[in-house]
Design a binder for this molecule. Structure first.
Ligand SMILES: *[C@@H]1O[C@H](CO)[C@@H](O)[C@H](O)[C@H]1NC(C)=O
Ligand SMILES: *[C@@H]1O[C@H](CO)[C@@H](O)[C@H](O)[C@H]1NC(C)=O
Ligand SMILES: *[C@@H]1O[C@H](CO)[C@@H](O)[C@H](O)[C@H]1NC(C)=O
Ligand SMILES: *[C@@H]1O[C@H](CO)[C@@H](O)[C@H](O)[C@H]1NC(C)=O
Ligand SMILES: *[C@@H]1O[C@H](CO)[C@@H](O)[C@H](O)[C@H]1NC(C)=O
Length: 406
């Protein structure tokens, strides 16, 4: 009798244990299912191996067994590089170097610079960039300005000399998958990594990302003056343009020149021929025409990623910047070099003066704030706090990172 009881108890215990096991398996598989459904954040974490493996730890999840092969593949994957392109012509050396410096100060993943410049600027660029080689967080390539031979002269005189070079980047940098193009008058106030991560947010039809040209249609340029089609309500600004060039090279674009869809390399010339008498801002107008006909291909990011004087000279109209601060400053109309918008100039000079020595970066904040306080007589100066809000945070994050990643 006792024996029976023992056997029964044993069976019960075993049953209970296997039930527990089954439940724990169910819980694990449910958890994994949930992780799969939220595939995007996981993919984002997996592309951050450079961030010292903190992302990898999080990506591996609770199931240690399932985590091991993941972690292994993370280790052997080469670190993703961020590609940054700029086109510099004329007196733009100092401005371009300041832009590149701002990119290097805050960024985490390594950067590959593609610098298109007039031949007479190459030696100076090389000397200045080589003096930063101790950083080991970037590489660069210098290119001459080149246009398709048949219509080189026409492309050159479009808007500013050389600006239309950017249209040809997908055709010139054939080996590069994705690229951030910026004008020379851009300053990064947070890591390039952050705008770069927007590439992963593209849906299946999006190939490029830009910010609107204006937030306020009453002062918008395209909606009041353009004599050609343009994207959306107020057009887009091409000063900060994120491109998935693999997709740009593959896509066939709808257009108003032929019923046939054309590839990037085929569409530029006919577009220029058709619109050259009607366009004012050169290549940016051509991009607007292109995305007017292919709106599903554009990802629009908010104005704080491309903050220009237009966002404050007549009163503040970039709400996202008011809330979170300016992420990327764009001093177009030459405001870094004259006295019309002293708030823009103050940020430029602070970054231009700063060197890579650690405490130097931290110590730019206080004098900059004092400088900005002197600009409150202007509309942009009235909201000067948004000029340093994100910058202050970026500097703090920089010092919170382990030193070898700085
Ligand atoms: C720069 O290029 C050199 C030589 O090709 C390479 O060894 C190095 O890892 C590269 N650095 C970065 C940050 O990409
Ligand atoms: C150029 O502008 C003129 C005047 O607004 C307009 O009549 C013409 O249709 C425009 N050309 C094109 C190709 O849109
Ligand atoms: C760009 O698009 C291609 C093709 O869709 C894709 O394979 C690639 O991962 C994309 N690049 C980035 C950085 O998202
Ligand atoms: C991608 O987003 C754009 C802009 O919101 C939209 O027009 C397009 O239809 C979307 N594409 C897909 C496949 O959902
Ligand atoms: C930057 O340096 C210049 C010249 O060295 C100096 O005149 C200017 O006051 C400095 N500006 C800031 C904001 O530190």
């Amino acid at each position: 009798m006792r024996r029976y009881l023992r056997v029964v108890l044993l069976c019960l215990a075993c049953g209970f244990c296997s039930l527990l096991y089954a439940f724990s398996q169910l819980a694990v598989s449910l958890e994994e299912g949930a992780a799969d459904a939220g595939g995007k954040p996981q993919a984002a974490a997996a592309s951050w191996p450079a961030a010292g493996g903190r992302g990898a730890e999080r990506g591996a999840g609770p199931g240690a067994d399932a985590g091991t092969p993941d972690r292994y593949s993370l280790k052997i994957q080469p670190v993703e590089k961020m590609h940054l392109a700029v086109v510099a012509c004329g007196e733009r050396l100092e401005e371009t170097m300041t832009m590149l410096k701002s990119a290097l100060i805050f960024s985490i993943k390594p950067l590959q610079f593609h610098i298109f410049a007039e031949d007479q600027l190459h030696d100076s660029f090389k000397a200045r960039l080589d003096s930063w080689s101790f950083l080991q967080t970037f590489n660069y390539t210098l290119y001459p300005i080149t246009f398709p031979s048949e219509n080189a002269a026409e492309w050159k005189k479009l808007f500013k000399p050389c600006a239309s070079q950017r249209l040809f980047l997908p055709l010139i940098l054939k080996e590069v998958d994705s690229l951030l193009y910026v004008d020379t008058d851009i300053l990064f106030l947070r890591p390039v990594d952050d705008i770069w991560s927007l590439l992963k947010k593209f849906n299946s039809t999006q190939i490029a990302a830009m910010a609107p040209e204006h937030e306020e249609p009453r002062i918008g340029w395209y909606n009041r003056f353009a004599r050609h089609p343009y994207y959306g309500k107020t057009g887009v600004n091409s000063g900060v343009m994120l491109m998935n060039m693999t997709r740009m090279r593959r896509k066939y674009f709808k257009n108003d020149m032929t019923p046939v869809r054309l590839q990037w390399g085929e569409i530029l010339m006919p577009l220029l021929k058709k619109y050259k008498l009607n366009i004012t801002w050169g290549d940016q107008d051509l991009l607007n025409i292109m995305f007017f006909h292919n709106p599903e291909s554009l990802f629009v990011f908010p104005c704080q990623w491309n903050y220009r004087p237009d966002h404050c000279i007549y009163g503040s109209n970039c709400q996202e910047a008011e809330e979170e601060g300016i992420f990327i400053l764009h001093g177009n109309r030459g405001v870094y070099h004259d006295d019309k918008q002293p708030a823009f100039r103050a940020v430029y000079e602070a970054l231009r003066n700063c060197s890579f020595e650690d405490d130097n970066v931290r110590s730019l904040l206080k004098p900059l704030e004092l400088q900005l306080q002197k600009t409150v007589h202007t509309y942009c100066g009235k909201i000067y706090k948004i000029f340093i809000k994100q910058l202050t945070k970026s500097v703090r994050d920089l010092y919170d990172r382990p030193p070898k990643q700085r």
